[in-house]
Design a protein around this ligand. Sequence first.
Ligand code: NAP
Length: 311
Amino acid sequence: MEKEKVIIIGSGPAGLTAAIYTARGQLNPLVITGPQLGGQIALTSEVENYPGVFNPNQVPTGPELVEIMQAQAEHFGARLEYDEVTEVDFSQGSPFTVKTWDKTYQAEAVIITAGASPRKLGVPGEDEFVGRGVSYCGTCDGFFFRGQDVIVVGGGDSAIEEALFLTKFAKSVTIIHRRDSLRAGPQLQKRAFANEKISFIWNSVVEEITGEEKVERVRIRNLQTGEVSEMPIDGVFIFIGHYPNSKFLEGKLAMDEHGYLITDELMRTSVPGVFAAGEIQDPIYKQMGTSVGQGVAAAMQAQKWLSEREA
Ligand code: NAP
């Protein structure tokens, strides 16, 4: 059993920020990265709205920001373990038990920043064609669709941002949205409407994805007229929101009906000594900036909690 002062579960902006703060606070934190170092921001092409790093000639990418945050955390002494938490036991209070695929740890305090994952459409063909035309990440897979026709499902910031990114590769990008107006912010909307490669199918949903070896077509239903049509397509990019990665915490911490951890203004969960930050407890803002701020707050509160306990 490895003994730690603080374990941070997850390595997105909230987790790496909590690592920087707890490391500078001499708590020697261990970050268990989870399956994706950097979390969702590591899969983001351009980050235009995070303050302090903007350069109009070369907008920073998500992976670049993750690299800097990781280097900053490690510089101050945080250790990163490339592993995934499979189980926790908070029932006996501190020290808590945290199990990964490889090891079992004891930690005096835990900061949970396990983030969120892309939601699925839940239509026939979706699972079957993941990696063969169905994708949840333009930054990762856009390159494979050079000169091809793709659709993007969704109308939020992610869908529009990724649709714009995909125009760098694809011949055409058709956005299929279930309503007749976008949820995305005005700046992104303006860019999408001005982009010649982007077109829209409104009030419509994808009902089925079909093909032989790879995606070849989608069946689309117009929600107003009920009309069903088939569209030949090479790629289907789905951006319809996220769900919190809290399954491993079910029954261990209080959460809302959607699985978001319930925290108070001090980032405390329902178990004293266990804190949470970032999208796993934030169904509202979900920004890199807010996650970073919550990571700072969780780290400071964990530090305070530990020092009060020792006093
Ligand atoms: P989102 O804002 O929740 O948008 C999800 C979109 O998918 C909505 O347009 C929604 O339609 C649609 N949708 C949901 N379920 C669907 C279904 N079953 N079938 C078809 N369409 C469905 O999610 P997001 O775009 O991933 O953004 C999440 C958060 O991150 C937001 O707070 C966003 O502001 C933020 N974000 C910000 C940036 C940025 O600032 N540059 C970039 C990315 C994300 P309705 O509109 O009808 O609900």
